[in-house]
Design a protein around this ligand. Structure first.
Ligand SMILES: [Zn+2]
Length: 480
């Protein structure tokens, strides 16, 4: 039994349809990021009396795409409902959303996301996905707890959200992390949302310890933060139970270090859901769904299988490579440039993207599309490594320059670094090192591993430029 067997986690993820140009019920631009506050508004998204919403058909098409990708059952007829609550970011006093009770239906039911943690594959079931409008954006000066006032920007009001509600199937923060990674990847592949945009992917995490009431941690913005917030909540709740406290159902805020109680959780009855009578029920049929199904792009799982089949990548490498669509697209562009590659080179190409490039992107908190890196640079570095023109150590030292878009040829010229494979030169270097390190050389007779220390000295003398394979061979001959 794992340490988290009694932990119950369910996630509600709000995905903003950033690829949709207009809002869900009006024709205002939904591209609000970086725009002057309160400039993308109209009577509908400001909720003025007498204004009438009209459903954006493209939003329904986008939702259908995601529902198909997540293997949900799409409901042929659905209504919008009013979810009533009072909050300054909600000008109408209600949010147009969906409700799967009282005769209402979500956009789509069920669905599944497959995850893998520590080699174990697990299916996380979805409860439903539904459509709703985003509230306005409240801006706090400093932090939510210390700001003296709140500013409201209605540009976001009425933009389209799809909420993906999971069943409480996850048992650990690591499972939640993998679930989010897979969902984010699928969303990216459907091209309905750029999940990297600030606020485009927002998570509410429900968490409880078996037999106790749950808390809901609201609006967490990154996968790492979700994992941290969940780990914190597990500790907090378990400690409270140990001390004999009674946990109450409540909404909490994650501030980056800890969760803070915001309010005791509203119950569904508090929202007084009822059908939105200003909107007619929406109907989809098989024909409508099929048209979208045909155009559905390749999903990460299929792409992974194709990479295993066509490039003979192993399952682990292929799985990581396809996760970020931008990286996978980049891989494919390079592959198309170079027809002479064989499995060994594909693997090297993949490793370079997964290790050197991904590490650099993480460290610089950016994504590959924002850099000047081009697929032909990776192709060239793979070729240079393969032909032994440079060592992997030298290649690794090129990453900064590569990210600036400098060609491999130019970097090699500028740095003057390339592999020394001239046997005479290497031999005299090896002799020198053996002479300078008699103790290690003597040790080699009892301990063959000592050769690595000598090889390291040769590499050091050449600033990593000595051909490692040849060096080792020469040392072995000289030490006989
Ligand atoms: Zn509007």
């Amino acid at each position: 039994m794992s340490e988290h067997e009694d932990v119950i986690i369910g996630l509600e993820i709000h995905i903003q349809l950033t690829a949709l140009k207009t809002k869900l019920f009006c024709s205002c631009s939904s591209d609000y990021r970086g725009k002057a506050p309160n400039t993308h508004t109209c009577p509908i998204c400001l909720g003025l009396p007498g204004s009438l919403p009209v459903t954006n058909e493209k939003a329904i098409k986008f939702a259908t795409r995601l529902a198909l990708a997540l293997k949900c059952t799409i409901n042929e007829r659905f209504y919008f409902f009013r979810k009533n609550y009072y909050y300054p970011d909600l000008p109408k006093g209600f949010q147009i959303s969906q409700y799967n009770r009282a005769g209402g239906k979500a956009f789509a039911d069920r669905g599944v996301i497959e995850i893998e943690v520590d080699g174990n594959i697990k299916e996380i079931q979805l409860n439903r996905i539904h459509l709703e409008e985003d509230p306005a954006r409240i801006v706090h000066e400093g932090s939510i707890t210390t700001s003296p006032h709140a500013l409201i920007d209605y540009n976001r009001s009425g933009t389209t959200l799809i909420e993906v509600v999971s069943e409480p199937d996850m048992r650990s923060p690591a499972e939640a992390r993998e679930y989010l990674k897979q969902l984010m990847s699928i969303v990216q592949y459907t091209e309905i949302c750029d999940p990297n945009l600030e606020g485009a992917f927002r998570v509410d995490a429900n968490i409880s310890i078996k037999g106790h009431d749950r808390s809901e941690v609201k609006n967490i913005n990154s996968i790492k933060e979700v994992e941290n917030a969940l780990s914190y909540e597990i500790k907090r709740q378990k400690l409270a139970i140990k001390r004999g406290a009674i946990l109450i159902q409540e909404t909490r805020h994650w501030d980056g270090d800890k969760t803070i109680s915001l309010r005791t959780k509203e119950f569904e009855a508090d929202y007084r859901y009822f059908p939105e009578q200003d909107l007619v029920p929406f109907e989809t049929d098989e024909q409508f769904v099929d048209k979208i199904r045909i155009k559905l792009p390749e999903m990460p799982k299929e792409r992974k299988e194709r990479y295993q089949r066509d490039y003979l990548l192993n399952e682990f490498d292929a799985g990581i490579l396809v996760l970020d669509k931008q990286i996978a697209d980049f891989f494919e562009e390079g592959i198309k440039l170079e027809k002479s590659f064989r499995p060994e080179e594909y693997k090297l190409y993949c490793n370079w993207l997964m290790n050197q490039v991904s590490r650099w992107l993480n460290e610089n908190n950016t994504n590959i599309a924002n850099t000047k890196l081009k697929p032909e640079q990776i192709v060239d570095i793979v070729k240079a490594l393969k032909e032994n023109v440079i060592s992997s150590k030298i290649a690794n030292s090129f990453i900064e320059e590569m990210m600036k878009g400098t060609s491999i040829q130019e970097i090699m010229k500028k740095s003057g670094k390339k592999v020394i494979s001239d046997e005479n030169k290497l031999e005299s270097l090896c002799k020198e090192v053996i002479k300078e390190n008699p103790k290690i050389a003597a040790d080699y007779k009892k301990n063959p591993k000592a050769i690595q220390a000598l090889k390291g000295k040769v590499m050091g003398k050449t600033r990593g430029q000595a051909d490692p394979k040849k060096t080792e061979e020469l040392l072995k001959i000289l030490l006989k």
